[in-house]
Design a protein around this ligand. Structure first.
Ligand code: NAG
Ligand code: NAG
Ligand code: NAG
Length: 259
């Protein structure tokens, strides 16, 4: 409920910018501007925080700063998040179309799943969860995953289909636990990701960090002769470490941080 209210409030407060002197989301050095992306709150500029997160300057954060919960909600539920995701997908498609391939069945693309392939936004947008301190509750989150109703991340299916048409095989490499294998597979298929070379999930008792776990799994793939043409994820821990891929693509995610 709160999620929809946020959207309504946001839409209602966006002025229509029809004049050149009223440019939204720009830096106004002479005329401090509060209606732009900055969402001015003393001490915390939420757009600066989000940029710091996306650029991997701000690390190891446990939760969205309290002052930015609403800002993150607006961002995630509004058009900007969708546009940002689609821009990443377009860039990845352009790169893939021009990549040099061997066409020997060993060209692969590594996809993370959560917030890269499937979106948990409906979970985070729920009124009792929202985007703040109470956002992640393992019990509730596992129940959501078990529903198997996660939609695709914007642009994700388009990228997936293009890669398949080019002969690049998808490999899903996720920190999601093995116990969700069946429901995640059903969810992937329902959403438009119909097949893959491998789907690698994390063992129930695997306590390695995401960087360690994913580096190891990618190295195993490379040792089997696969070439990682591209690698896409919403966390830097998807994209750092060993055998990260010939190119990496970072999707936005100001909701949570995984090391
Ligand atoms: C396409 O690939 C070629 C050779 O790898 C490279 O020289 C060129 O800059 C690439 N073009 C684009 C648009 O990426
Ligand atoms: C997580 O959610 C469950 C189910 O609603 C609840 O019983 C539990 O207290 C919550 N845990 C925390 C740490 O909030
Ligand atoms: C994980 O550890 C628990 C407790 O030691 C054990 O009962 C369980 O079988 C283990 N699960 C797997 C998949 O190894």
């Amino acid at each position: 409920m709160r999620a929809f209210l946020l959207v309504v409030v946001l839409l209602a407060t966006i002025p229509t910018f029809s004049h050149a002197d009223s440019i939204p989301n720009q830096i106004h050095s002479l005329r401090p501007h509060t209606a732009g992306g900055g969402h001015h709150i003393p001490g915390v500029n939420c757009l600066s925080w989000r940029l710091g997160v996306e650029a991997n300057n701000i690390r190891d954060w446990a939760m969205v700063p309290q002052q930015c919960e609403e800002y993150v909600g607006h961002y995630m539920l509004g058009h900007q998040y969708r546009d940002d995701c689609i821009a990443v997908a377009i860039s990845a498609v352009q790169y893939a179309k021009n990549a040099t391939l061997a066409h020997d069945g060993k060209d692969i693309w590594v996809f993370d799943i959560e917030e890269t392939t499937l979106s948990n936004l409906p979970y985070y947008a729920r009124s009792d969860v929202a985007f703040g301190a109470t956002a992640y509750n393992a019990t509730k989150f596992d129940a959501w995953v078990s529903e198997g109703t996660a939609p695709a991340v914007p642009g994700g299916v388009r990228l997936y289909r293009t890669l398949v048409s080019l002969g690049i095989k998808p490999v899903f490499l996720s920190g999601t636990k093995q116990q969700f294998r069946k429901v995640r597979i059903a969810n992937l298929k329902k959403t438009g990701y119909s097949h893959w070379e491998k789907l690698i999930l994390k063992g129930a008792n695997d306590t390695r960090t995401a960087v360690e776990y994913k580096s190891k799994k990618r190295t195993e793939l490379v040792k089997k002769g696969y070439r990682i043409i591209g690698n896409i994820g919403d966390q830097w821990s998807d994209l750092l470490g060993d055998n990260a891929g010939a190119r990496t693509f970072k999707l936005p995610d100001p909701m949570y941080y995984i090391a």
